[in-house]
Design a protein. Structure first.
Lengths: 298, 304
């Protein structure tokens, strides 16, 4: 806040206040109001229409007894953990490779990043086609003579989530690479000189000097990936539709189906509140680390 | 940045950057080999999409899908655009395309207009409490959309906008606000303050400074914002399916309905042509904008 207050500041700032009305409305009515509304109604027995008849934790109890939700959570856990690990690892490796003063850096970067411009629907449909057992990769390898080759993640309940993971990584790693590359470029060149003078091998320099220095970059990437993971919805809808059976369901899809198809609003609210909770678990420690210690820069 | 050799690794003290005289070292083979291999993973889907969409259905069924087309045909593209069916409608993806255009254009304009004025107010005309709302806005960007889906349904229904195009435009404006406001706020903050002060001394007010000084100076950031919004809104699926009636479904929703419909023969070539058509707009934006797209991503990355 500005400390010195000028006499007619209040009046002049009227325009600024008017200009901020959309922001204030969005922040209060949609983000805060909407969230509180959903949380409150998750304790009711709303079905086709929202109504305020409180039933305590009934919706949550039912939620955690529903196999479909449990599978969704399990899928999200597997998908989330692996996509975090792989996105960070692949993103960093690609960035490190591109950072070696290579030729055609722009070309490679363009290739790695273009999937990020595509929607999850397009991504899902392409990979559905690519992983088609008759025509896709499996068919190709079999046509080379390896008849018993099996790679049909989208038709196998046990590994379908990995099929989705492959597509998600294809779409998203370019972004992580870009962030990492920016981080690597921000490392002081003297660090490299010093490491070279001391005769430290390159991989050791990366592992023990550069990566620790890039902590903020990693955290940014982590928060970005994590908030994307919870939202995974369109990719699954396009690629598998939740199948085979219900083996690739995710929480966001559960929420949508409950709210807009099964006419079971209360369940949808309870499930979305659980999603909010999982985000808060990631977000609050991060916000504390980021803004707790130092003041926000203006 | 000028010192090229500084970054080169310990074992290669020589010229590794600008003058690759001895290009075939073990290190280079490793680097380029890996990069090329990874490139295959990234390019294969695009290649397969293009190749499939140019083949006739018999050729797909008979032969190797990955092989280039023996006989190039554009029929799948025509069919995807003008004849592909969703439910009872058989007027192709063109309807979804025009819906998407009618959604994207006003959404982009409205969201950028509001966010830029907002960011300007936050950067130069801070008032008591402004930062509180801004912080809420930024944290709101991390709340899963699912939490706010239904309250917004109710709000739009009250306003009489639920199901139509304008309701969706408002939704896109709302959810684009956090990142765009941050983008503009940071940009306007980075401009020299003397400019602002001088204009104030000359008696210019809130809107005059915005229109005559800030706007002309911030063309690049507007382009970045447009890139973020065009790709983001064009690629949206969830809001489209929740907030619009079927006749207004955006292209992504219609595409999914076409490809994942269960009835009829699966026309893989038409499906891939449709998929490619839907991806074409953001791809063009990506390839035309180049470095600015990366800048937009970097702007998105610092969010929060």
């Amino acid at each position: 806040m500005t400390g010195q207050s000028r006499p007619n500041r209040l009046l002049r700032n009227l325009s600024a206040k008017i200009a901020s009305i959309p922001m204030v409305l969005t922040a209060l009515c949609v983000f805060v109001g909407g969230t509180i509304w959903t949380v409150v109604y998750s304790f009711t027995d709303s079905r086709l229409l929202p109504r305020l008849r409180f039933v305590g934790l009934d919706q949550y109890e039912r939620l955690w007894r529903t196999p479909r939700w449990l599978i969704s959570i399990e899928n999200l856990a597997i998908f989330g953990t692996l996509s975090l690990i792989f996105s960070l690892a692949i993103g960093f490796l690609l960035a490190a490779l591109l950072d070696q003063k290579i030729r055609f850096e722009n070309t490679f970067r363009t290739i790695f990043l273009y999937p990020f411009a595509l929607s999850f629907i397009v991504t899902g449909l392409v990979w559905q086609w690519l992983l088609n057992p008759d025509f896709g990769v499996q068919g190709l390898v079999r046509s080379w003579g390896w008849e018993s080759f099996t790679f049909d993640p989208l038709y196998n309940q046990d590994i379908v989530i990995y099929g989705i993971l492959i597509a998600a990584l294809w779409q998203g790693t370019g972004l992580v690479m870009c962030i990492m590359l920016a981080g690597l470029r921000g490392i002081d060149e003297d660090i490299w000189k010093a490491a070279r003078v001391d005769g430290i091998p390159m991989w050791k320099t990366y592992l023990f000097i550069v990566i620790p220095m890039m902590r903020p970059v990693f955290i940014t990437a982590l928060v970005l990936i994590a908030s994307g993971i919870v939202r995974v919805y369109d990719l699954v809808v396009a690629q598998t539709g939740g199948g085979p059976g219900i083996s690739s369901e995710v929480p966001a899809k559960y929420v949508y189906n409950m709210m807009f198809e099964a006419q079971n609003l209360g369940q949808g609210f309870a499930a979305s509140t659980m999603m909010l909770l999982s985000v808060l678990i990631v977000l609050i420690p991060w916000a504390y680390l980021e803004f707790g210690g130092r003041k926000r820069h203006g | 940045m000028a010192d090229v050799t500084a970054i080169s690794p310990a074992e290669l003290a020589g010229p590794s950057g600008r003058r690759p005289r001895r290009a075939i070292s073990r290190r280079n083979v490793f680097i380029y080999g890996t990069l090329l291999l990874v490139s295959v993973y990234y390019l294969l889907p695009l290649y397969l999409m293009i190749v499939t969409s140019l083949k006739g259905l018999p050729e797909i069924r008979m032969g190797n899908v990955f092989a280039p087309p023996v006989e190039i045909t554009f029929e799948p593209w025509v069919k995807a655009w003008a004849q592909a069916c969703t439910g009872l409608n058989c007027d192709g993806l063109s309807r979804g395309f025009w819906n998407s255009v009618r959604i994207t254009v006003p959404s982009v304009i409205l969201s950028i207009l509001i966010a830029s004025i907002n960011g300007y107010a936050l950067a130069n005309w801070r008032f008591r409490g402004a930062n509180v709302f801004f912080t809420i806005l930024i944290f709101g960007a991390f709340i899963p959309y699912q939490v706010m889906l239904y309250p917004i349904v109710i709000m739009l229904r009250e306003l009489g906008l639920y199901g139509g195009l304008w309701g969706l435009v408002i939704v896109h404006t709302i959810f684009g606000m956090p990142i765009l406001t941050l983008l503009f706020r940071n940009y306007f903050t980075s401009l020299p303050e003397e400019l602002f002060k001088a204009a104030r001394v000359d008696g210019a007010g809130f809107w005059a400074i915005y229109l005559k000084i800030m706007l002309p100076m911030s063309l690049p950031i507007f382009v970045v914002a447009i890139i973020i919004q065009v790709t983001g809104i064009w690629n949206d699926f969830l809001f489209g399916i929740v907030y619009t009636r079927p006749e207004y479904y955006p292209m992504t929703v219609q595409l999914n309905n076409i490809v994942n419909s269960v009835q009829g023969v699966k026309e893989y070539n038409v499906n891939m042509a449709a998929t490619l058509l839907t991806g074409l707009v953001p791809l063009i934006v990506y390839f035309v904008s180049g470095k600015l797209f990366v800048r937009g991503i970097a702007a998105g990355a610092v969010k929060g």
